[in-house]
Design a protein around this ligand. Structure first.
Ligand SMILES: [Zn+2]
Ligand SMILES: [Zn+2]
Length: 308
C-alpha cells in the first residue's frame, strides 16, 4: 500500500504515514522530521483511505484548504524515483538492522539531499547510504559477485531455477548477502526472476519449505511456461509467413492469406487461455507463500514482545 505525501510528493509505504494503529497523516514521517505539521496540509488520497478504514486522518479537510496552499518539494521525476526506491530499499532492510538511530540519521541525511539533490542514487543501497553519509556497518555490497562467478552459477544449474524449475538466470544468495556477506559457493543458487522477488529477504529454509508444500504445482508452472513459449514461437512463425506472403504476392487478401490469419487467431486464442491459467497459478503460489511469511513475521514479533 503506497500513499503520496502532500509535501514531498513521494509514494511511500503506509508505515510512513501511520501513527499508532489507526491514525494516518497528510505528510510522511520524513517531512514531519523537517518540522512540517500534518495539520497544515490536506491530502485527498489519504483522507479517503482513512475514511475507508475508519481511521483518523490527521490533516486539513479538503474544504478547508489553506490559501495559498503550502508549496510542495520540487524534485525532478528522476530524483523522485531514485529517492523513492532508496527509501523502499531501506524499509526492506532486516528489522534488527534498522535501529531508531540509523533511521533518524538516514532521514536527516536524506532531507539534506532532498533540499539539494547534488547527485543521483546508484540503486545500490550500501553505496548510496555511504554516499549520503550514513552508517553502513554490517551491510555489504551485493554487486561484489564477479561476472564470471555469476556465469559459472548459471552454467552449473543449466539456467534452471532451483526453486520452481523454470528458466532462471538470477544468481541468488540463499541467505541475504546484505547481512551475511557470504559469497561462498554454498550460499549461491540460481533462481528465476519471480522466485527471486518472492523470496526477497525470507529466510532460505522457510522459503524452501513453503515452496515444497506446493510441489504439486511446480511441474504445472514449468509445463505452462514451456507451452507458452512454444505458442509464442509458433505465432511469430505464422506472422512471418503472413508478412512474406503479402510481400510476395502484393495482395492484401487471398484464400491463402485468410487461412494464415485464421491460424494466427487460433494460436493467439490458445496462448491467451494458457497465459491466463499460468497467471492464476503464479498468483496462487505467491499468495500462499506470502501469507505463510506474514503469519511467521507476526509470530516472531509477538514472541519478541513477550520476551520484553
Ligand atoms: Zn513527505
Ligand atoms: Zn523460480
Amino acid at each position: 500500500m503506497h500513499l503520496r505525501c502532500a509535501y514531498c510528493q513521494l509514494d511511500l509505504n503506509l508505515q510512513h504515514f501511520q501513527v499508532g494503529t489507526t491514525v494516518v497523516t497528510s505528510v510522511c514521517d520524513l517531512c514531519q522530521k523537517r518540522g512540517l505539521q500534518p495539520a497544515s496540509f490536506s491530502n485527498q488520497q489519504i483522507s479517503y483511505f482513512a475514511a475507508a478504514r475508519q481511521w483518523t486522518f490527521l490533516g486539513l479537510p479538503q474544504e478547508l484548504q489553506m490559501t495559498p496552499m503550502p508549496a510542495t518539494l520540487q524534485l525532478t521525476r528522476e530524483q523522485r524515483k531514485s529517492c523513492m526506491s532508496l527509501i523502499n530499499s531501506f524499509d526492506a532492510l532486516p528489522a534488527d538492522w534498522q535501529t531508531v538511530d540509523r533511521r533518524q540519521q538516514f532521514y536527516a541525511e536524506l532531507i539534506h539531499w532532498q533540499d539539494q539533490p547534488s547527485f543521483i542514487f546508484t540503486g545500490n543501497l550500501p553505496t548510496d547510504l555511504s554516499k549520503l553519509g550514513c552508517d553502513t556497518t554490517g551491510l555489504f555490497d551485493k554487486n561484489t559477485l564477479s561476472y564470471t562467478t555469476r556465469a559459472r552459477v548459471r552454467e552449473f544449474y543449466h539456467y534452471q531455477c532451483q526453486y520452481c524449475g523454470r528458466y532462471g538466470d538470477s544468481v541468488d544468495h540463499k541467505n541475504p548477502v546484505t547481512l551475511s556477506n557470504d559469497n561462498s559457493w554454498e550460499n549461491l543458487t540460481l533462481s528465476c526472476r519471480e522466485c527471486n522477488r518472492l523470496k526477497g529477504d525470507m529466510p532460505y529454509d522457510l522459503f524452501v519449505r513453503w515452496n515444497q508444500e506446493l510441489s504439486i504445482l511446480l511441474p504445472q508452472l514449468v509445463h505452462s511456461e514451456q507451452t507458452l513459449q512454444r505458442l509464442t514461437t509458433q505465432q511469430q512463425h505464422l506472422q512471418n509467413q503472413l508478412a512474406a506472403q503479402r510481400h510476395l504476392t502484393g495482395a492484401v487478401t487471398s484464400p491463402r492469406l485468410n487461412a494464415l490469419r485464421q491460424e494466427i487467431k487460433l494460436v493467439q486464442g490458445l496462448r491467451d487461455g494458457e497465459d491466463s491459467d499460468y497467471q492464476k497459478l503464479i498468483q496462487l503460489r505467491h499468495d500462499y507463500i506470502i501469507s505463510k511469511f506474514r503469519v511467521w513475521q507476526l509470530r516472531q514479533s509477538l514472541e519478541a514482545e513477550e520476551e520484553k
